[in-house]
Design a protein around this ligand. Structure first.
Ligand code: HDE
Length: 696
């Protein structure tokens, strides 16, 4: 609680009450502020100087204000998540449009038109909390639905499969991908020996490897990633019947990725690229939305598939079991406080309302244990569900009591059940409660893996062969990049031996890219590899939406830039729903041709073009000549061109393009033709790529 505002004192601080310059400067800043207090509510007289025995003397232990402040500071950090440590969150709502009442009793999936509050946390997996936003990595995409029947956590990723089939392998996988324990690097990167050593010995990871080497793991924005629940779950209806369900969610802005060189450039340009993008979008009132869909199938349908749906390294292609759209969710509010919400939010796949149940997927079964356990240590004890971001928004009542950081003050004598002393004490309700599907269980106990999990290559092959020529080239180049960072030769060879089983040409191309001669032999798969029908729905390049909505275009201007052309360009871009940023060699004092000073959003050297989806340049001839000599200007255009972006280049800009070695193609237009620029800017200039890079 804060105290009422202190009376303002006009008196100058005396020598003994010297608050230093900071106090004075702050007073000049003005405003009416509540009086600062300690945590105990005791007013603080001076927040600049500790209590001293005398001027220039030692500080005193009795300074309870200093001790409280420093002690709290010392404990400000909590352990970061072992995986998914770097995250970005937002609030929003989910609205169901199609009821699944035939399949489930869960109100969140049966009550259409109701807005259910949600909190979403996006994350990278391998890096620490302070790492960058744009490494090649899977993105976590966890959604907490605050339903009227308790919290439902859909804790998914932006890739629909996983590396391993059994929870037993998770700590090994994570130890392999995290920075190597003896040297403490690399941070937030899978391109190192321990990761690929593990992978090369785990054929079950091959399908996931294809997905992570694709452009899905270098997204343009958190607003343009897909999400998948990965495992099969069960829906249970009022009769107790079960239907299997897989959850998928797709961004209304369309999926969008960067290209690898751009992702690398972004790691230098802006560590917070994705977090900032979402923040700025929400601040600007642009609320991103996703369609939530389900794949529904019965046990009988599943038994006819040539793979086991309980194996999390497999998908059921949507060409086989189509997606049914059931609703959409929208993110529309940035958290008030990063730590209190994004950092303290605790997701757990075991949080499901009645009507949703688990499958026997052995990875999911392990997850059902892991999340609560890790949160006990990460959030400091068993009462973390009372933290506002984790607390259900529906009524809740139980007999759990006490423990570290208990925030509730329960009343009454009864903290047990059965009881007769207190008529309003909570009791279990068979009618309302969660029920597990009554699956008949037969078989022998053992540390076993089903035969139906033995095929590790067919879906990896299916995925690779489903991709467009360019996407296959990106996967191949990504593998060459990653393995080129591996220092142990036999690890590189062992991965190539695996790749040859997925696709002979892929294996040969990677071997060539690495200079491996002779090409290592292919491994012998445990079961014959099947040539499954391709699944074009797994591609992304031809599914990217040609739009400027959710994208950001930069206009480079300088002293004397034609004001009318700049205004016309801005108007055309904004009409196409792009965000527009004005970039100039310096922030202040840039007067356009109309004599008015332009509001500049970014300085050229500090705003690399990797941050924008397309760039326009409207500068006088003289300025072009001057900028052509500057590395920052050359890089700006060279990178935009190299990252396959549309460029609107005025006459003055051609000097810079020349200096940068950029040979204009169909994606480089004159800014006077705003229509042509908008048309070019809605997608990348993919046909440019083969002219720029020798793709492996
Ligand atoms: Fe997680 N995972 N995971 N995971 N996971 C965690 O929980 C774990 C898996 C996922 O934004 C941890 O609170 C095990 C698959 C997301 O807070 C931890 C296994 C999928 C997030 C944990 C898996 C995920 C986590 C770390 C294999 C996609 C971030 C801190 C048996 C379907 C949630 C924490 C957030 C976080 C364990 C595999 C998604 C340690 C044991 C598969 C999105 O409990």
């Amino acid at each position: 609680m804060t105290k009422p505002a202190a009376k303002k004192s006009s008196a100058k601080p005396s020598v003994t009450d010297l608050r230093g310059n900071a106090g004075e400067l702050q007073q000049q800043a003005g405003g009416s502020h509540p009086a600062m207090t300690t945590q105990q509510g005791i007013p603080v007289p001076d927040n600049q100087n500790s209590l001293k025995a005398y001027e220039r003397g030692p500080s005193l232990l009795e300074d309870f204000i200093l001790r409280e402040k420093i002690t709290h500071f010392d404990h400000e950090r909590i352990p970061e998540r072992i995986v998914h440590a770097r995250g970005t969150g937002a609030h929003g709502y989910f609205e169901l449009s199609q009821s699944l009442a035939k399949y489930t009793t869960a109100q969140v999936l049966t009550e259409t038109g109701k807005k259910v509050p949600i909190f979403v946390r996006f994350s990278t997996v391998a890096g620490g909390a302070g790492s960058v936003d744009t490494p090649r990595d899977v993105r976590g995409f966890a959604i907490k639905f605050y339903t009227d029947e308790g919290n439902w956590d859909l804790v998914g990723n932006n890739v629909p499969v996983f590396f391993i089939q059994d929870a037993m392998k998770f700590p090994d996988l994570v130890h392999a991908v995290k920075m190597e324990p003896d040297r403490g690097f690399p941070q937030a990167a899978s391109a190192h020996d321990t990761f690929w050593d593990f992978i090369s010995l785990m054929p079950e990871s091959m399908h996931m490897v294809m997905w992570i080497m694709s452009d899905r793991t270098i997204p343009r924005s958190l607003r343009t990633i897909e999400g998948f629940g990965v495992h099969s779950f069960r829906l249970i209806n009022a009769q107790g019947d079960s239907t299997f369900v897989k959850f998928h969610w797709r961004p209304e802005l369309g999926i969008q990725s960067t290209v690898w060189d751009e992702a690398l450039a972004l790691q230098a340009a802006d560590n917070d690229f994705h977090r900032r993008d979402l923040f700025e979008a929400l601040e600007a009132g642009q609320a991103p939305a996703w369609e939530l869909s389900v794949q529904l199938f019965t046990e009988e349908q599943a038994s006819k598939l040539p793979y086991d749906h309980l194996d999390p390294t497999k998908i059921i292609p949507e060409e086989i079991v189509p997606l049914q759209k059931i609703g959409r969710f929208v993110l529309n509010r940035w958290p008030d406080n990063f730590f209190a919400e994004t950092e303290q939010v605790a997701f757990c796949p075991a949080n499901v309302p009645p009507g949703i149940d688990f499958s026997n997927d052995p990875l999911l079964q392990g997850r059902l244990f892991s999340y609560l356990d890790t949160q006990l240590s990460r959030l400091g004890g068993p009462n973390f569900a009372q933290i506002p971001i984790n607390a259900p928004k529906c009524p809740f009542a139980h007999h759990q009591r006490d423990g570290h950081m208990q925030m509730q003050v329960p009343k009454g004598r009864v903290a047990y059940e059965p009881s007769s002393l207190q008529p309003d004490s909570p009791r279990a309700s068979l009618a309302q409660g969660s029920r597990s599907f009554a699956e008949a269980a037969v078989g022998s106990k053992g540390r076993v893996r089903p035969e139906s999990f033995a095929d590790h290559y067919s879906q990896a092959r299916m995925f690779f062969r489903s991709q467009s020529v360019l996407e296959q080239a990106h996967i191949t180049s990504a593998l060459v990049f990653e393995l080129s960072k591996v220092q142990t030769p036999h690890v590189r060879s062992a991965v190539v031996s695996q790749l040859r089983v997925i696709d002979e040409e892929l294996g040969q191309r990677v071997a060539k890219g690495l200079g491996l001669s002779p090409v290592p032999d292919a491994v012998q798969p445990a079961v014959p590899v099947q040539d499954l029908p391709v699944s074009p729905a797994t591609r992304i390049i031809d599914r990217m939406k040609p739009t400027l909505e959710g994208r950001c275009v930069a206009i480079l201007v300088d002293e004397g830039s034609n004001a009318e052309s700049v205004a016309a360009m801005r108007k055309a871009l904004e009409a196409a729903k792009a965000s527009v940023k004005l970039i100039a060699p310096r922030l202040g004092g840039i007067r356009l041709s109309d004599g008015k000073e332009a509001a500049i959003d970014g300085q050229l050297a500090g705003s690399p073009s990797a941050q924008f989806d397309a760039v326009a340049s409207i500068i006088p001839l003289e300025s072009g000549k001057k900028l052509a000599k500057q590395a920052a200007a050359q890089n700006w255009f060279r990178d935009a061109f190299g990252h396959l972006k549309a460029i609107a280049a005025c006459k003055g800009t051609h000097a810079i393009l020349d200096a940068a070695g950029v040979k204009p193609d169909a994606g480089v237009v004159d800014p006077s033709d705003t229509k042509a620029f908008v048309k070019a800017a809605v997608s990348r200039i993919w046909e440019r790529e083969p002219t720029l890079r020798s793709l492996a």
